[in-house]
Unconditional design. Structure first.
Length: 184
């Protein structure tokens, strides 16, 4: 099986929700799941991120979005445009290398995972990119393509782990159990 390559898809740094939204439009990913990562605090640490100084330095994200690709009936990969790991990494490998041991984190910084069908994410996500602007302008250069919405945003409903409107909110252990019966 040939694994997808990062270079073949739309990508803009710091716009993970849109990068994954575009992946969801691809026929090969229509039967996959989107994983939105966030914590009950303002951020969570994640390792192996391209924006960090080194792969071993935790990067603090307010949220991050990846794709849980159903490559075959019993094979799952996480696709992450921003990781230093391979773009397609087996789920267990990604979790083992990218996340700190939860016992060393304060509970509010432990990441939670909203898991939902990619089709639902593609249909429901609205982002006019307002979260990427402040009084001085853009916080990060916007993508060259149009936003998923021109006037509305519900991104906060995906990243707020106390909001249960979309998908299912799981712990890291539950995500691994969700995919654990599968060959990684």
């Amino acid at each position: 099986m040939k694994l997808p390559e990062r270079e073949h898809y739309r990508y803009q740094s710091r716009y993970c929700e849109e990068n994954i939204w575009h992946l969801c439009q691809q026929p090969e990913f229509r039967h996959s799941e989107v994983v939105v990562m966030a914590a009950t605090g303002r951020f969570f640490p994640i390792l192996c991120q391209r924006s960090a100084s080194t792969p071993t330095e935790p990067l603090l994200w307010d949220y991050h979005v990846v794709l849980l690709w159903h490559a075959a009936p019993d094979v799952r990969y996480l696709l992450d445009f921003d990781t230093t790991l391979p773009f397609c990494t087996p789920v267990a490998d990604y979790f083992r290398q990218a996340f700190l041991d939860e016992s060393v984190l304060k509970p509010r910084f432990v990441p939670l995972f909203r898991v939902m069908p990619s089709v639902e994410y593609a249909e429901k996500l609205l982002s006019d990119r307002r979260h990427m602007r402040d009084a001085n302008g853009w916080l990060a250069e916007p993508p060259p393509w149009p936003p998923t919405s021109v006037t509305d945003s519900n991104l906060h409903k995906f990243t707020d782990m106390s909001d249960a409107d979309y998908g299912q909110i799981l712990t890291a252990a539950q995500v691994l159990m969700h995919t654990g019966k599968l060959r990684q």
